[in-house]
Design a protein around this ligand. Sequence first.
Ligand code: GRF
Length: 204
Amino acid sequence: MRLGLLVSGSGSNLQAILDAAREGRLGGALPTVVISNVPGVRALERARDAGVEALEIDHRAFASRPAFDAALQDALRARAVDLVVLAGFMRLLTGDFLAAFPGRVINIHPSLLPAFPGLHAPRQALDYGARIAGCTVHFVDEGTDTGAIIAQASVEVRDDDDEEALAARILAEEHRLYPQVIRQLAERRIERAGRRVRIGVRRA
Ligand code: GRF
């Protein structure tokens, strides 16, 4: 299963995935290309350091969202990517792009969805007064963090938490959960019926 990883920033989740691949913890999943819509980000350096192709496709160079998504799609197709992994990728994808990779685009979000979609999810959880926070891996649809949930991990909110402390504990769970889900997808252990996703035994 060839992975195309889309990033926009620091790439700590990308690093967790690259480390898992190097240590043989990703099953048959192979990081093949890392694409950033923001030039010069740390995530691209992490890809190069791991010997994975790093591409910049700057969305600002395109006249429209469909034109940018078409360029992304071409780059991924040219590399025969099977699974598109969003790892801190800060753009919404068009329906046309998603139709080209049906059920093959996943994202990680730092909240227990459907609570707190969008930006600054740990801060949203603190401001709301939630006692349990966490992260969610989900299939991507056209909405913001609305796709079918694959897996979640929770962390307790502590009385003395600030945004930074809570976000860091959530991120540690992200780094554990994301490679695990990618492995399960590569092993074909994830079955989906509408919004219901089941992680079961390996399918033939
Ligand atoms: C993470 O919090 C992830 O949940 C969200 O974007 C952030 C990316 O961080 N989608 P990093 O670039 O992986 O360090």
